[in-house]
Structures are given as structure tokens and as C-alpha cells.
Design a protein. Structure first.
Length: 470
């Protein structure tokens, strides 16, 4: 190694030594300053001692101080833990007491813990909660509640009646978006709309209150619409549309026209026209027999077999194939209409049958005003009239025959009377002749007797002896 390098090495070792001395001095000074500032080393101790404490003494003091602080920290933590445990126990006791009180209250008044949310068409929610239930009961002076069954049940019935008053719309008109003629007002009828089943709803609410039910549901209905009120007037986007003026039918599914055909609806008179309205299928049948009015003798005015039958009213109106018709479309219902049904071409009736479900509204409307002709005589009336006419004719025939018989009898009696009179006259004449003959004979006898008497007077009467001799 060169001289230059050895000198460089000495300088390097000297710098390291100097740094070490400075570091030790700084450490000792820091310890002294910390000790004085914290009170652990008094200023007099420093002043009295001309030397420095050893590292072991400083380490022992620091260790003792750390142990003291750890003990204090542990004591503080134990105290905090004890306090937390006491607070937790108190809270648990409070919660237990609250739970026991709630369980006792729930056992006595389960209805207080029910939460019944009833969603009406359009989104309105009617709720029965604890506040509502308490308003239906009697609050006692001690804050408890008593149920008066009659009043309580009446409140439930009133609640349901209020729902019904807001919901029921059977018989109300519906606004419907037609295919070609804009918004149509469809007249209400008995076949479509909402109607709350109030009896069923009352019973369900009573059950839910008694079981502390928490439920969100719809009301109980006897009738309902398939869509919300703001969805095409409650008809929705899947439906059958029938324009009875143009005699045309469309079927829509999810707003898309999937099928259409010409039809024939009811004859335009008071008894047979097809009423406008919204309907749902009441039934679906294949290979059915359509029957007319039942006559008093048990037969029907007509019986017609069809392949597809879809009734929509309780009076016998429905959709079906009309295999006997060859012409369909506008104007056919005026003079060639049905008894009220919607007649379908036989080759498309099966398609309609497959597409239409029990949840598919059937919308029927007229786009032009119409006048109905007077209803013709019904089949039953015709039957009764003809029966009456037949009975009248039979009665008249019987009366005529009776009169003829009586006339013949009278004539026979007159003839017999005349014969009797003739016989009596002849008898009288014979008797007269006989009498006259007898009289004549009597007169002749008397004459003879007279003559004989006269002769006797002229000739003496012989004696018996003379007479015997003669």
C-alpha cells in the first residue's frame, strides 16, 4: 500500500472516532436533559456529581419507570374494563327487561306488533301499524289498552270499506288506445274492473293482527284488472281489440300486433247486438255445442256444434268458429249478424284460441253511432205463441165439432120427435077410425037391435014350447 493510501486510511479512522465520541456525548447529554426536565434527575445531582451516571444505572431507572407506567396503564385498563362490564351488564339487564316487557305486551296485544301494508292499484299504500291499532282500542288510565270487540271489528270493517271505496270500479268506463281510431272510451260493464272481497279482506286482517304479521300485499279481490290504471286504462299491452263497426279483430302481445282477422258480430237489433265493453274469458272449450233458448218442452231453439268456444258473458256471448259463414268483415253484422257472438273464420279460430288466455282483456267498441232495430220475437215467445195458437185452433175445432154434434143431435131429436108425432097422429087417426068403426058398428048393432026389436013387436013372441019346436 502506498504512503498516500495509508494517510487516507488514518484520516478515515479518525473521523469515525470523532463521530462516535460526539454521539456518546449527545446521548449522555440527552439523558441528562430528559432527566432534569422530567424530574427524574435533580439539578443538584448533576451539579454534585462531577462525573456521569453509568449506562447500566440509566437503563435501570428507565426500566423501573416503564414498569411503573405499565402498572398504571394496566390498572387504568382494568378499571375501564370493569366499568364497561358494569355498563354492559346494566344495558343487558335493561334490554332483558325491555324484551320481557315487550314479550308480555306481545302476548297481551299481538296486534300492536303487526305492520300490514296494503298496496292499492296505482301504488297507494294503506298501512295498519301500532298507532292505528291503538286508535281502535280503549286506552286505560294506567296506559294499558282494552279491546271492545264490537268497536274493534267495526274499525277493521271501516278500514276495508275505505279501501273498497277507493278501489272498486266495476261498471266504470276505461280509456283505451285503439289501433286506428285514437283513444276510445269503453263503457263499463259487470265483467271487468276491481272489486274488493271485503269479507275475505276483513278476515285476513284479523288473522294478520292476531299473528303480529309484518306483510306487504295487495287486497283480496273478487274481480281485478290485469294492469295498473296508467297502463292503457288498466288494460295493459296484451289484449284482443274488436272494432264492431269495421268488423275487425286484432290481437296484441306486449304492445305488438301479432294477429288480425275480419269477424262478424251480433245482428244490429235490440236482442242480438254485441255490447261494447271490456271482458275476460270465462271459459275455453273445444268441440262444444252452442245452444239457443231453452223451450218449455225441454228442447232448444238451436243446437250448433263448433270446434272452439270462448265465452265472455254469462248470457252466452263469446268467440267461436262459424263454419257455416263464408263472408266476414264490415257491414256483415247489419243484416247477417250473429245471435250476439263474435263469429271467427273457421281457418283462424284455432289461432285465436291459442293466443287468448284468461288474463287477456277483450275490448269491444263501436266507432260510429248506430240505431238498433226492434227485437224480433224470441224463440220462447214464438214457441208459446205457436203453442197458444195451436191450442186455440184445437179448441175452436173441438167447439165446432161439438156444435156439429149438438146440431146433429138436435136434428136427430127433431126427426125422432116428428116421427113420434107422426106415429102419435097415425095412432090417433087409427084410434079415431077404430072408434068411428066401433061407433058405426055400435050404431049398426043398435040399428039391428032396434029393427029386431021392432020386428019382435010386430011378431008375437013364441012360447018356450013353440020355440023349442022351432
Amino acid at each position: 500500500m502506498s504512503r498516500k493510501k495509508r494517510k487516507s486510511g488514518k484520516k478515515k479512522h479518525g473521523r469515525i472516532l470523532l463521530v462516535s465520541v460526539i454521539a456518546c456525548a449527545a446521548l449522555v447529554g440527552g439523558i441528562l436533559i430528559y432527566g432534569v426536565s422530567t424530574g427524574r434527575i435533580g439539578a443538584s445531582d448533576v451539579a454534585a456529581d462531577t462525573g456521569l451516571q453509568s449506562a447500566s444505572e440509566l437503563e435501570a431507572e428507565a426500566k423501573a419507570q416503564a414498569e411503573k407506567e405499565a402498572a398504571a396503564q394496566k390498572a387504568a385498563e382494568e378499571a375501564a374494563a370493569q366499568k364497561a362490564a358494569e355498563e354492559a351488564a346494566a344495558k343487558a339487564a335493561e334490554e332483558k327487561a325491555a324484551q320481557e316487557a315487550e314479550a308480555k305486551l306481545k302476548a297481551e296485544h299481538p296486534e300492536f306488533f303487526a305492520d300490514i301494508k296494503i298496496t292499492l292499484p296505482g301504488g297507494t299504500v294503506k298501512e295498519i301499524n301500532q298507532d292505528v291499532v291503538k286508535s281502535w282500542e280503549t286506552e286505560n288510565a294506567d296506559g294499558t289498552y282494552t279491546i271492545d270487540e264490537e268497536t274493534y271489528n267495526q274499525h277493521i270493517a271501516d278500514f276495508v270499506a275505505e279501501i273498497a271505496s277507493e278501489v272498486d270500479n266495476v261498471g266504470s268506463d276505461h280509456q283505451f288506445q285503439s289501433t286506428n281510431d285514437g283513444i276510445q272510451t269503453i263503457p263499463g260493464n259487470e265483467y271487468y274492473g276491481y272489486q274488493v272481497d271485503q269479507s275475505a279482506e276483513i278476515e285476513q286482517i284479523k288473522s294478520e293482527l292476531a299473528s303480529s304479521a309484518e306483510v306487504t300485499r295487495k287486497p283480496n279481490y273478487t274481480m281485478w284488472e290485469v294492469a295498473e290504471p296508467d297502463d292503457n286504462g288498466g288494460i295493459g299491452q296484451t289484449y284482443v281489440e274488436i272494432n264492431a263497426t269495421t268488423q275487425h279483430l286484432w290481437i296484441y302481445q306486449n304492445g305488438e300486433d301479432v294477429f288480425e282477422t275480419d269477424v262478424v258480430t251480433g245482428l244490429m237489433d235490440e236482442a242480438h247486438y254485441t255490447p261494447a265493453g271490456v271482458y275476460l274469458l270465462l271459459d275455453k272449450q273445444t268441440d262444444a255445442t252452442l245452444k239457443g233458448e231453452k223451450l218449455p218442452d225441454g228442447t232448444y231453439s238451436y243446437e250448433t256444434p263448433v270446434s272452439y268456444w270462448m265465452p265472455i258473458t254469462y248470457t252466452g256471448i263469446g268467440l267461436h268458429d262459424a263454419w257455416w259463414k263464408s263472408v266476414f268483415g264490415e257491414g256483415q253484422n247489419v243484416w247477417n249478424g250473429s245471435h250476439g257472438c263474435i263469429n271467427l273464420p273457421k281457418d283462424v279460430a284455432g289461432t285465436v284460441y291459442d293466443l287468448v288466455t284468461f288474463e287477456t282483456p277483450i275490448v269491444i267498441y263501436y266507432t260510429e253511432a248506430y240505431e238498433l232495430r226492434e227485437a224480433p220475437e224470441s224463440a220462447v215467445d214464438k214457441y208459446l205463441r205457436e203453442q197458444e195458437e195451436a191450442e186455440q185452433a184445437a179448441a175452436e175445432q173441438a167447439a165446432a165439432e161439438q156444435a156439429a154434434a149438438e146440431q146433429a143431435a138436435a136434428e136427430q131429436a127433431a126427426a125422432e120427435q116428428a116421427a113420434a108425432e107422426q106415429a102419435a097422429a097415425e095412432q090417433a087417426a087409427a084410434e079415431q077410425a077404430a072408434a068411428e068403426q066401433a061407433a058405426a058398428e055400435q050404431a049398426a048393432a043398435e040399428q039391428a037391435a032396434a029393427e029386431e026389436a021392432a020386428q019382435a013387436t010386430a011378431t008375437p013372441t013364441p012360447t018356450p014350447t013353440e020355440a023349442a019346436a022351432q
